[in-house]
Design a protein around this ligand. Structure first.
Ligand SMILES: *Cc1c(COP(=O)(O)O)cnc(C)c1O
Length: 408
């Protein structure tokens, strides 16, 4: 993957000296990785893609041939899922759904709505009934916790997500009384970026034990369980990321112990599918020293790639040497020193990496920030300061999709 990106940088700098600022995606890698994950899932497990991680059209189109469905959280995402092709099932979650969104989701044939509160349960039922529909739903649960450590927690503590575990019996009874909804099961998405296989298996067992207890206690039958996403990628040590192969045997054992009446267990992963397929490539515009610290100013910044500032970490990068230098004066460089990489925004928060030792970095070199395929462009505030957006290039072996020279 690296070689493809470097070849592109090379060709691009030969063709044109405009500073590089681009998201580069390897669609072969995306499909191969996702295919491997999906085809390894035991029995009743299914893989949906949580679109908010990256909803670029080419990514969705590429994924649509390998995943089981899309998880969306807005009408805009429902439309993107439809456009992606493949006519895949769509499941609709997220807080604060409007009446218009619920009405459209039902009309457009969304497979299931994940209900976030008792008030929303009443609204979904009311809107569905007006459409003479009975909408399949899952209740999203905010479990008591506590949960294993991960980067983000959506449950087990006060958040805006899901229905308190204590209120579930009441919500189930209400769902049974309402004509407009068909309660099929429960939805859990409790944490994000979990890297630990054992803890993830424990979490899934906790979910399964909860639904078995509710089945008994409340006299219901759960046919669908959604275990959320949250499988992590270690951005600093990608080779030490979540070990999928080690996850499979206990996952298979868990699947074999599930009751026959449970028809489907859904994952809805975002980061784990798309993080490693993308790269943010940015050219160094300036090098300077201020108060004893070296700064590299790049073409781009946190308005294109907000994750490091949002999560307060330094995103690793690789320096790709570029030999082209068209100016009639010497080229600035920093050798064997720590460098802080900043963007073009007029705020001291526009930092992608702090004090990273580099052997050599020159104005005009390109920095490759790897593994930026998830929560990169999609979560960033693109128009702050009105700089141009990065180019987006999609690479596939011998494909007309690839740009610049067309030889990739
Ligand atoms: C964001 C989100 C996901 C995906 O999370 P990842 O950490 O990217 O796997 C899944 N489900 C829900 C409800 C989400 O909000």
């Amino acid at each position: 993957m690296n070689a493809r990106f470097k070849d592109w940088i090379d060709a691009r700098k030969h063709a044109d000296n405009e500073p590089i600022c681009a998201y580069l995606y390897d669609l072969d890698h995306l499909e191969k990785h996702t295919q491997k994950v999906v085809s390894s899932l035991p029995g009743r497990f299914r893989m949906y893609y949580a679109m908010k991680a990256n909803s670029e059209r080419e990514i969705l189109k590429s994924l649509s041939s390998v995943i089981d469905g899309f998880e969306v959280a807005s009408l805009g995402e429902v439309e993107k899922a439809k456009e992606a092709g493949g006519n895949l099932p769509i499941i609709f979650g997220g807080p604060g759904k409007t009446d218009g969104e619920i009405e459209a989701a039902i009309r457009l044939g969304v497979e299931r709505i994940h209900v976030e509160s008792v008030q929303e349960l009443r609204r979904v039922a009311w809107i569905a009934k007006k459409q003479e529909a009975q909408m399949p739903i899952l209740l999203r649960v905010n479990l008591r916790g506590p949960f294993p450590s991960a980067t983000l927690h959506m449950a087990g503590r006060p958040t805006q997500f899901g229905i308190n575990e204590e209120e579930i019996p009441q919500a189930v009874r209400l769902a049974q009384e309402l004509d407009g909804v068909k309660l099929e099961g429960f939805h859990f998405h409790s944490l994000s970026n979990n890297l630990d296989v054992e803890r993830h298996i424990q979490l899934l067992h906790l979910y399964v034990n909860k639904i078995l207890a509710w089945e008994k206690e409340l006299g219901i039958q759960v046919t669908v369980l959604n275990v959320g996403g949250g499988i992590g990628v270690d951005l600093l040590h990608p080779e030490q990321s979540f070990d999928w192969d080690r996850f499979l045997p206990p996952l298979t054992a868990l699947e074999q112990g599930l009751p026959d009446t449970l028809e489907m267990v859904q994952f809805e992963c975002g980061r784990y599918l798309t993080a490693t397929c993308g790269c943010y490539a940015v050219e160094v515009l300036d090098l300077k020293q201020n108060h004893g610290k070296h700064y590299a100013v790049i073409r781009g910044g946190t308005h294109h790639f907000r994750l490091p500032v949002s999560w307060q970490y330094s995103h690793p990068f690789e320096v790709v040497p570029v030999e082209r230098w068209d100016y009639p004066f010497p080229r600035q460089e920093v050798v064997d020193s720590p460098v802080t990489v900043v963007g073009q925004l007029c705020t001291p928060k526009d930092v992608l990496a702090h004090d990273i030792p580099v052997s050599r970095i020159r104005v005009g070199d390109v920095l490759l920030f790897h593994n930026t395929g998830a929560y990169g462009w999609s979560i960033s505030h693109h128009d702050f300061l009105s700089h141009p957006h990065p180019e987006q290039h999609y690479f596939r072996l011998a494909s007309p999709l690839a740009h610049v020279g067309g030889e990739f």
